[in-house]
Write a protein that binds this ligand. Structure first.
Ligand SMILES: [Zn+2]
Length: 186
């Protein structure tokens, strides 16, 4: 998934520039970006992002996005498409990004990603097949469960929660290790 954000500045219905307008909502008076011409409100709700802990023959696949620093490996992620269930969406993303076929899809949990205005829905995906990465991924590694290290962000907490269900107390990167891992990204 390519991290890309757009700022909404115009009404998506009539193209009038949006302005901060206060209206009475269920929770009280609330200022939001709204359209003075047609009344459209930019709710700015978080977008759901699907994430997969992909397990093949007892090992977990982590992959590196082409835009990421060399030491950064993480879960397979992607946005839902209109008209699909989350389970269908993560099955599709795993196929598109790794060529692996899902054998089972099990919910791990939902996690905040406030910085990106997203909510992460994480799944454990048992999969099979031959790995062929999509162009947006440049590398992948398979990890034994006791070799996995978690990172202090939504998908890392999902991985930690899942490891606990498999009897492994998760180990997190230290602050220095995480800074090294993210070097070049911030
Ligand atoms: Zn409008």
């Amino acid at each position: 998934m390519t991290a890309m954000r757009y700022e909404t500045r115009f009404c998506t219905h009539c193209a009038t520039p949006l302005a901060p307008i206060t209206l009475l909502e269920d929770s009280g008076e609330k200022e939001r970006l709204r359209c003075a011409a047609c009344g459209w409100t930019h709710w700015n709700n978080p977008a759901p992002v699907l994430a997969a802990i992909v397990e093949v023959d007892g090992r977990v696949l982590l992959a590196r996005n082409a835009l990421w620093p060399p030491k950064m490996f993480a879960l397979i992620t992607g946005f839902m498409e209109a008209g699909e269930s989350p389970e269908e969406g993560i099955t599709r993303e795993v196929k598109e990004e790794t060529n692996l076929d899902a054998l089972s899809v099990t919910l791990v949990g939902a996690y905040e990603f406030i910085r990106m205005n997203q909510v992460i829905i994480a799944y454990h995906v048992r999969a099979e097949g031959e790995v062929r990465l999509s162009p947006e991924l440049v590398d992948h590694r398979f990890y034994e469960l006791d070799k996995l290290k978690c990172w202090p962000a939504g998908t890392g907490y999902a991985l930690a929660d899942w490891l606990r269900t498999r009897g492994h107390e998760p180990v997190f990167f230290t602050a220095e290790e995480n800074a090294e891992r993210r070097r070049g990204l911030d």
